[in-house]
Design a protein around this ligand. Structure first.
Ligand SMILES: [Zn+2]
Length: 168
């Protein structure tokens, strides 16, 4: 059976709801909400390493957006400092040169990061990455053990579904 975005998302959602019912009331509303979000994120995240997957496409868009914002900030912050040197070197075409160079840099950085993503079902489909994701969630959530555990289990749920899917 092919396990794609929909299967992983629904599987993660169902398990998260079961988890909520089982641990009903044992954590605050905020913690429970963050647990559900990190659990479902963990259950769809590993496929970011698949070139045609939804998480990868979303990641690409977010990355392009982030780099665009960084490029614009860079432009605004440094335009005045760079301009005198640039106009000495390139004359009037400088006004085009800086935005184009910034966009080119953003594009190259985007391509570079995209290329550095490991191959499909490589390192991102391993318990090691589940642990790494859990540690990241632990720090981001201000050292919340429930969040660390739910993100770890959500990630493992993805690996388990891939494993089961391959055998059906
Ligand atoms: Zn997968």
């Amino acid at each position: 059976m092919k396990t794609g975005f929909a299967e992983h998302f629904i599987f993660g959602l169902v398990l998260a709801i079961i988890g909520l019912l089982v641990f009903n009331g044992s954590a605050s509303f905020t913690t429970s909400t963050i647990c559900v979000i990190t659990f479902i994120t963990g259950s769809i995240l590993p496929d970011v390493d698949c070139p045609s997957s939804t998480p990868r496409k979303t990641f690409r868009k977010l990355l392009a957006l982030a780099l665009g914002v960084v490029a614009i900030l860079f432009l605004y912050n440094h335009y005045n400092n760079i301009f005198p040197y640039c106009s000495t070197a390139f004359g009037n075409s400088c006004i085009l040169f800086i935005p184009l160079a910034t966009l080119l840099l953003a594009f190259l950085a985007y391509k570079f990061i995209d290329k550095t993503i490991p191959s499909h079902r490589g390192i991102l489909h391993s318990p090691f990455s589940a642990l790494a994701f859990s540690v990241i969630c632990f720090f981001i959530s201000n050292y919340s053990i429930p969040v660390a555990v739910s993100s770890f289990l959500g990630y493992l749920a993805h690996l388990a579904l891939d494993f089961a899917g391959d055998r059906i």
